[in-house]
Structure formats: structure tokens, C-alpha cells
Design a protein around this ligand. Structure first.
Ligand SMILES: C[S@@+](CC[C@H](N)C(=O)[O-])C[C@H]1O[C@@H](n2cnc3c(N)ncnc32)[C@H](O)[C@@H]1O
Length: 444
């Protein structure tokens, strides 16, 4: 490869790292954050190139649908017939042509170099030709308000736009747009009351940090690198979105210390360890062995191993007796659309077909956990998404069968809900993950 002998022009190594991260997500099914971390680590880049490469990878994954829409205009065969490796090189180049200020020639030239180095000589002319064509006839993003236009303009599948309109009405555009803004780092101080000390420690180490707005243990440190913070390494803080902290707070609100609490779907343990830190005795279940292990590891790391009992179990058939707990949290598996800021690819991984299956599982988990809640106790349902089918509809279906013993109550500690006692947090209104939380009270 002739181009390899000379030092590559600035940024080729970063683009190659971005390409490898995108390939790991597409081919290996990895989540973007670990894929990007690994690709950057392996490339040993200068910090500026690291930031560039990470941004290019995340943005390419985020805008995949829009990039494919643009590429379909210049690629002379169906994209499905394009070699997947070449298609990912095209997407990286297309993102730069459509969304960055990089000069067209540099974009086409570096994309061709990435193609030669990562895919092979055979695709270089193809990549070159397609990207030159795109640079010549760059389409403007649609400005219309139809689902299809919004999907292209905001970078989401059309069904997600339709689902957002159903759930958020006129706010749908703002919520989806906010889901495209990378969130920055949020930390939870591992012990309640330790937040101010953590803030002082971070600031004295030059980290831009401020108190969170929704949970008393939350610290926002937008530009921090958690891996290099002593507080994280020593188990005094953990990375967690503030919306998740709200869910643990809601579950444990006003309970006497030492209360028995079930976390029915616990892996990787963010909410279980938080509940334990709030002084409760937690039974943490997860159906997957590896996820249960993550809970155990997190509990040990954060110093709450003694009060988190972890079991591998299917929570639709939980290994606990009726009325065993004062509060149960069902933080159910879901489409995860509320996490698109951190996992931009999730929108392309999900499909509307999943909604019915997930809603049935969510209802089954809620019904099983309800049996374990003692009279007078609390059942909390949460999901890191916002679709109607996985949120209010699940609670409504649950109440249709269990309304004699359970009623919806205000979620103490959650931001006031706009239209009822259940709360929907979202990246636009709360600058958090899109997290739904509902509190159900058992009467007798
Ligand atoms: C949204 S995640 C939970 C996040 C966790 N509560 C936290 O805060 O870190 C959902 C979890 O449910 C687990 N899960 C899926 N089906 C389950 C089932 N039938 N019983 C128990 N756990 C299940 C998945 O393995 C996954 O770890």
C-alpha cells in the first residue's frame, strides 16, 4: 500500500479509529461507548485527535439514517448491496460533508485513505466517486413537518418520530433534538451527604463540576474523564445519569432505614447500590448471570456489598414470598430510547415490532413484583424510554387487573409531572435520560 509508507496527513489515524469503532457497533453488536474507547485506546492518538475521532464515530452512528438518505442519491446501487465496510467509510465521509466544516477535498482524500488502509484497494475508486458526487450535489435537510421529513432532519427512524409525537405532542421535535446533544458526565456521590466533599475534590483537581438539579447526590462534571478520577477509582463516586438517581430516590422515599427493598431487574446495579447507600437492604435479581455479576462487583466497589443480596433469577418467577418487601422496583428492560444521548445507535437497533413483546414482559414483571409488596408498601415501575406502549399503557394495564389493591401515587422526589402522578423525564425538559417513573401504592 503506497500511501502507508509516508506519514498520513493529520486526522487519518483518528478517522481510522472512528471507522473501527463504527464497525464494532455494526458488525460486532457492541455499544458505541466501549467500541469508541477501545478503538481510541488501540490507536494511541493525540488528545485532539482522540476528541475528533470520538465525535466522528458518535455522530456517524447518530445520523446514520440521514447519511444513508443522502448517500442513496449518489450511490448507483442499493445501499444494501454495498460492502458493509465500504458503506461505513462512506458514512463517515458523508457526515463530514453534510455536518462539518472540513474542506470537501480533504474529506474525500482522507476517506479514500481510510478505505485503502481498512478495507482494501478495490473500494478506493468507489468511495472516492461516491463522496465526490455527494460533495457536488449536497442535499439540504428537509424542513417539512411530516414524520418522514422530521426523521431525516433530526436523525431518527420514522417510527420513532411517530412514537414521539404520540407521547409528547408538540414537544416531540424538541425532545428528539435534545436527544442528539451529548450529555456530559454525571456522577453520584456514593454516600448520601458526600456530594459537597466530592464537588470540592473535583474542583480542586481542576474539574468543572456543579451540583445536580434533581438528586441530592448528583454532580455534573460535563468534561470529566471518569476513568482518571480518584473518587471513581476509589469507589466514592460512580457514573450515573441523574434520572436513574431519581428512580432510586423515589423507590426509597420516606422508608425507615433498613427496609427490605427488591430491585427486580438490577443489572448492572446502579439503582441497587444507590438504594443500599440510602440505608436499605436490597435483594437484587437479574436473569442474566453476567449482569448479576456486575451488580455484585458494583456493590463491592461502592462499599455496600453487605446490604445488597444478589441472585440470578427470572423476576417473572421471583424467589421471594408474598409480601416479603416494603418496596419493589421494576426497572424493566425496554427499547432504551431515553438513552439516545449516550447510545446514539439505539434508535437504529430497535424496531416497532419490539414494543408489543417488551410491553408484555414489562407487565409480567410488574405483576410478579406486585405480589411481593407488603400491604401499605410501594411498587415503582421505571423504564429508560418514553414510548406510550412501554410507559403509561403498562401502568394502565396493570391497574386494570390490580386496581383493587394498588393505586397510582405521586412519585415523591421526582420532578412534578405535567399531566398526572407518573413522571416522564426527558432530555429537553430535564437535561437527563428519557426516564419514566410511576409509583403504585398497595392498600391491603
Ligand atoms: C434497564 S436494565 C436495569 C438497570 C438497573 N436497574 C440499573 O439501574 O443499573 C434491565 C435489566 O433487566 C434484566 N432482565 C431482563 N429480563 C429479566 C427478567 N425476566 N428477570 C430479571 N431481570 C431481567 C436485564 O438483564 C437487564 O440487566
Amino acid at each position: 500500500m503506497a500511501g502507508e509508507a509516508a506519514p498520513p496527513p493529520s486526522g487519518v489515524a483518528a478517522r481510522r479509529a472512528a471507522y473501527r469503532a463504527v464497525r464494532r457497533v455494526h458488525q460486532g453488536g457492541s455499544w458505541s461507548a466501549p467500541a469508541v474507547d477501545r478503538a481510541l485506546r488501540e490507536a494511541s492518538l493525540h488528545p485532539t485527535d482522540r476528541a475528533f475521532g470520538a465525535n466522528l464515530a458518535f455522530e456517524t452512528l447518530r445520523w446514520e439514517g440521514t447519511l444513508d438518505w443522502a448517500l442513496r442519491r449518489v450511490v448507483r446501487r442499493p445501499l444494501e448491496a454495498v460492502q458493509p465496510e465500504a458503506l461505513d467509510v462512506l458514512r463517515l465521509g458523508a457526515w463530514q460533508l453534510l455536518f462539518s466544516r472540513a474542506p470537501d477535498r480533504a474529506v474525500v482524500d482522507t476517506a479514500a485513505r481510510v478505505a485503502r488502509a481498512e478495507v482494501g484497494d478495490g473500494v478506493v475508486a468507489f468511495v472516492n466517486g461516491c463522496l465526490r458526487g455527494l460533495a457536488r450535489s449536497r442535499p439540504s435537510l428537509p424542513s417539512g413537518d411530516a414524520d418522514h421529513d422530521l426523521a431525516i432532519a433530526l436523525g431518527y427512524p420514522e417510527w420513532v418520530v411517530a412514537a414521539a409525537r404520540e407521547r409528547f405532542g408538540a414537544r416531540a421535535r424538541a425532545v428528539l433534538a435534545a436527544g442528539n446533544r451529548p450529555p456530559g458526565v454525571t456522577l453520584r456521590a456514593a454516600s448520601p451527604g458526600a456530594r459537597d466533599g466530592l464537588l470540592a475534590e473535583l474542583r480542586s483537581g481542576g474539574v468543572d463540576a456543579s451540583a445536580g438539579r434533581l438528586a441530592p447526590e448528583a454532580v455534573r462534571a460535563p468534561g470529566a474523564h471518569p476513568g482518571s478520577l480518584a473518587a471513581v477509582a476509589e469507589g466514592r463516586a460512580t457514573v450515573q445519569d441523574e434520572a436513574s438517581m431519581v428512580v432510586a430516590r423515589v423507590t426509597g422515599a420516606d422508608l425507615p432505614g433498613g427496609s427490605e427493598v427488591l430491585d427486580a431487574c438490577a443489572g448492572p446495579g446502579g439503582k441497587s447500590t444507590h438504594l443500599a447507600a440510602l440505608g436499605h437492604r436490597v435483594t437484587a435479581l437479574d436473569v442474566h448471570d453476567g449482569r448479576a455479576r456486575l451488580v455484585r462487583d458494583a456493590a463491592a466497589r461502592l462499599g455496600v456489598g453487605a446490604t445488597v443480596r444478589v441472585a440470578v433469577a427470572d423476576a417473572t418467577r421471583p424467589p421471594l414470598g408474598p409480601g416479603a418487601v416494603t418496596a419493589a422496583l421494576v426497572d424493566a428492560p425496554c427499547t432504551g430510547l431515553g438513552t439516545v444521548r449516550r447510545r446514539p445507535e439505539v434508535r437504529w437497533r430497535q424496531s416497532p415490532d419490539a414494543l408489543g413483546r417488551l410491553a408484555r414482559l414489562q407487565l409480567g414483571l410488574l405483576e410478579a413484583a406486585a405480589k411481593l409488596v407488603a400491604p401499605g408498601g410501594r411498587l415503582v415501575y421505571s423504564v429508560c424510554t418514553w414510548t406510550q406502549a412501554e410507559t403509561a399503557d403498562v401502568v394502565e394495564a396493570f391497574l386494570a387487573g390490580n386496581g383493587d389493591r394498588f393505586r397510582l401515587a405521586v412519585s415523591v422526589g421526582a420532578p412534578p409531572a405535567a399531566g398526572g402522578p407518573d413522571a416522564q423525564l426527558d432530555p429537553d425538559a430535564h437535561d437527563t435520560d428519557g426516564m419514566y417513573v410511576a409509583t403504585l401504592r398497595r392498600s391491603h
